[in-house]
Design a protein around this ligand. Structure first.
Ligand code: AQP
Length: 340
């Protein structure tokens, strides 16, 4: 069901973590940037989500991390003239719709989310916010009548829950929501940690482990050092399906960043040894990330510009969010009486 007759719409969000990593870039950002002219594009810096999943925000105020994240997104190629970029907490409809959807969500649906289980296991007492994270995410997506959601593979289960909630609401109260589909790239949708290729590259582990991530704003020597230290094995196998997880991760990074077909990547590294592979991956990552870093450093202190972009983005999309929320309220019977 597509309710709008203009270009199909994409929506996606990213938490304000300051220094985004190569996993965020390959899994999400490249798809945002490549698709922003083809789709009606809405992207959100999801600060309410960040409250649920980390305590590191206490060290640096979230508002500063929001600006750093906005600067990195723009430096990576997000065009704020074409794509609406806004901060989740600036549009209160997100929290309101999340509450309404909460009341339709069986707790069992949330308890089986693998991301919840993994994150809850890392903390002494999981919060209701952590459990409820996917419902807020569903509200983010459904408010904008989204057709496609460009995300990394780790978010697939959350998008499935969004689909279930949209269908449940539409069945109970009449069709309101567009039922979205994920947009997941064939290669690079799950980048693994350099120090431990059995876990996905993630910002929470980056805080605890040196050499786990490649940050988008990392200087070249740090990038090279992390890649040269990446876990591989004692062999020399460089075919994707036969390679050990660490080597496969490096090959995947090369494949996704270069855009070369898999057989070409395999023949390029055949018989050359892991030192060569690591140096070539480092050269490519540095070549891609250096212009992003340069642009980021120019933008990050221009708070007036960043705040203007974020304010403009919120103004542009607020009417869509408000109109969806009003219709939802009307259908469930809690609309406000007309004034005057
Ligand atoms: N390792 C990854 N490979 C591919 N895509 C990834 N994404 C995240 N990690 C990888 C994608 O990046 C987008 C934004 O993610 P997010 O910051 O909103 O949330 P996240 O998935 O929780 O990010 P992290 O870094 O993995 O954080 P923690 O440590 O909190 O788990 C999403 O589209 C995501 O799929």
């Amino acid at each position: 069901m597509e309710q709008h007759c203009h270009k199909p719409r994409i929506f996606s969000g990213i938490q304000p973590t300051g220094n985004l990593h190569l996993g965020n870039y390959l899994g999400a950002l490249t798809q945002w940037i490549e698709n922003q002219y083809r789709y009606d594009s809405i992207f959100s810096i999801v600060d309410l989500h960040a409250l649920a999943s980390q305590d590191s925000h206490l060290a640096v105020p979230i508002v500063e991390k929001v600006r750093q994240t906005a600067a990195l997104l723009i430096a990576s190629g997000l065009d704020p003239e074409r794509s609406a970029l806004f901060v989740q907490s600036h549009i209160s409809a997100h929290a309101e719709l999340a509450w309404i959807l909460n009341c339709l969500t069986p707790v069992g649906w949330l308890e089986r989310m693998t991301q919840y289980k993994a994150k809850a296991a890392q903390v002494e007492a999981a919060t209701a916010g952590l459990l409820d994270y996917p419902v807020l995410q569903a509200a983010d997506i459904l408010l904008y009548q989204t057709d496609r959601v460009p995300v990394g593979e780790d978010q697939k289960q959350h998008i499935e829950l969004t689909v279930d909630l949209a269908q449940r609401f539409n069945r109970l109260f009449g069709a309101i929501f567009v039922v979205p589909k994920p947009l997941i790239r064939p290669s690079g949708a799950r980048i693994m940690g350099l120090d431990d290729p059995s876990v996905k590259m993630s910002k929470s582990l980056a805080e605890k482990r040196k050499g786990h991530v490649i940050g988008l704003a990392d200087p070249p020597d740090v990038i090279r050092g992390s890649i040269l230290q990446a876990v591989t094995d004692s062999g020399s196998e460089t075919r994707f399906e036969q390679a050990s997880p660490g080597v496969k991760n490096l090959l995947t990074i090369f494949e996704a960043l270069s855009g070369n077909p898999r057989p070409a990547v395999e023949s390029r590294f055949e018989g050359k040894g892991y030192r060569y592979l690591k140096n070539e991956v480092a050269n490519l990552v540095i070549a891609v990330l250096t212009p992003i870093r340069v642009r980021y450093l120019q933008l990050v202190n221009d708070t007036a510009y960043l705040d203007r972009v974020l304010g403009y983005g919120a103004d542009k999309v607020r009417p869509v969010a408000v109109s969806t929320l009003e219709e939802v309220k009307r259908r469930i019977g809690i609309e406000a009486p007309c004034s005057g």
